[in-house]
Design a binder for this molecule. Sequence first.
Ligand SMILES: [Zn+2]
Length: 113
Amino acid sequence: MCYACAEAAERKSFAQSRVFTGYVSDAHPGTFTTWTGAELAKVTRLTTGRVRYTPTGGAYRMRYVTAVSPDGRTWIGHGSDAWDVITLRTNNPAGFTGGELSRDSYPPFRRAS
Ligand SMILES: [Zn+2]
């Protein structure tokens, strides 16, 4: 399958999903993308937490992402900034047009310290 077909399949799957794993990377700032780098959603907020340490001494920071897909759904997710890959979730069903998640749905955002 070529990139164009893969991207079309990913976009279709994303539009029908409420949980989706993609990428937020320096290569494509401000966007949530497929593995091929195709835009799935606009990142509207990206907050990075304090430095945390793994049991083995590795350091990472948690990042909290909010994104809005072309159909108007708001997506949120968080994960280690050690990886570009991140899973976003939405409370809005496929076909939802506009609006915000309830305040209670958001993770506890933390400012970088
Ligand atoms: Zn193809």
